[in-house]
Design a protein around this ligand. Structure first.
Ligand SMILES: [Zn+2]
Ligand SMILES: [Zn+2]
Length: 134
């Protein structure tokens, strides 16, 4: 599936091809901190299928407890996150942040991972009072 994303300030934009069957919610503590949210929603790209069409992202190399390194990218102006990807050679599968994609509403999660570190209210969101706007 072809998708496109733009950061909040509009300085950086990209196109990608993703697998809509590979949308996950990640509850790991790294995603909580680097997204500033309770969990992150990610869609996996096809190999090497991300192309920037405007600007270029800034990178941060994250080292996991396991020692694995991943490159996290974001807009240096507005901090919108784009993807994470393994560091080094070989075909790249990008873990694209669903919220930055225009097609975010069509990409429904199929799985939740790192549930051991999920906030204890993660499963209750739908039960909270709802207001259409603020
Ligand atoms: Zn931006
Ligand atoms: Zn995570």
């Amino acid at each position: 599936m072809k998708v496109n994303g733009t950061c909040h300030c509009g300085q950086v934009a990209f196109n990608a091809t993703v697998d809509p069957n590979k949308v996950i919610i990640c509850h790991c503590s790294d995603c909580q901190v680097t997204s500033g949210s309770a969990f992150r929603t990610i869609v996996m790209s096809e190999p090497d299928a991300v192309e920037f069409t405007k600007g270029s992202p800034k990178s941060y190399i994250k080292t996991a407890d396991s020692g694995n390194k991943r490159e996290l990218t974001f807009c240096e102006n507005c901090a919108s996150p784009f993807y994470s990807v393994t560091v080094g050679d070989g075909p790249k599968i990008y873990g694209i942040r669903v919220g930055v994609l225009e097609q975010r509403g069509e990409l429904e999660p199929r799985k939740q991972i790192w549930c051991q570190s999920a906030v204890n209210w993660a499963g209750k969101v739908d039960s909270y009072p709802k207001v259409d706007m603020q």
